[in-house]
Design a binder for this molecule. Structure first.
Ligand SMILES: [Cu+2]
Length: 146
């Protein structure tokens, strides 16, 4: 009986610590940033499962939405409303592409890495519209150098 009690205490402790360390990262939606016009800052995040990303409205007329082709298989995805400051929780490891719906072709994208994951070849092969493709390729190059 004593053993069971101790096990439960350890389980509770583990559950508590895993949530205690979950973090929320802020990403700014901007008309212009250091990376040029129409950007998320930062444009790349490496986070842990259980962490969240909050999209902050620094300027108007932006949103955050998942990109189906740049999401792990089976991911349901999300579409934030224009000017909505949504908070998205990531529970599963993988790479998640994010786009601003009205400014996708203008290159307003970012990438989130959750946990231990290897960038799938399908991501590199995917041709995002307009300037988005160039910016994704730049992010992939940065990841390769890490
Ligand atoms: Cu935008």
């Amino acid at each position: 009986m004593k053993c069971v009690k101790q096990s439960l205490q350890i389980l509770c402790l583990l559950a508590f610590t895993s949530t205690a360390f979950a973090q929320t990262y802020e990403v700014l939606m901007k008309n212009r940033g250091t990376g040029g016009p129409m950007v998320y800052e930062p444009d790349y995040l490496a986070i842990q499962p259980g962490d969240s990303v909050k999209f902050i409205r620094k300027h108007k007329s932006h949103n955050a939405a998942s990109i189906a082709e740049l999401s792990p298989a089976g991911y349901p995805g999300f579409i934030g409303k224009i000017d909505e400051e949504i908070e998205v929780k990531y529970d599963n490891a993988g790479f998640y592409g994010i786009k601003c719906s009205p400014h996708y072709a203008q290159g307003m994208i970012m990438l989130i890495k959750v946990g231990d994951a290897v960038l799938p070849d399908s991501y590199r092969a995917f041709k995002a519209p307009g300037l988005a493709d160039k910016r994704f390729q730049e992010i992939y190059t940065r990841i390769d150098k890490q």
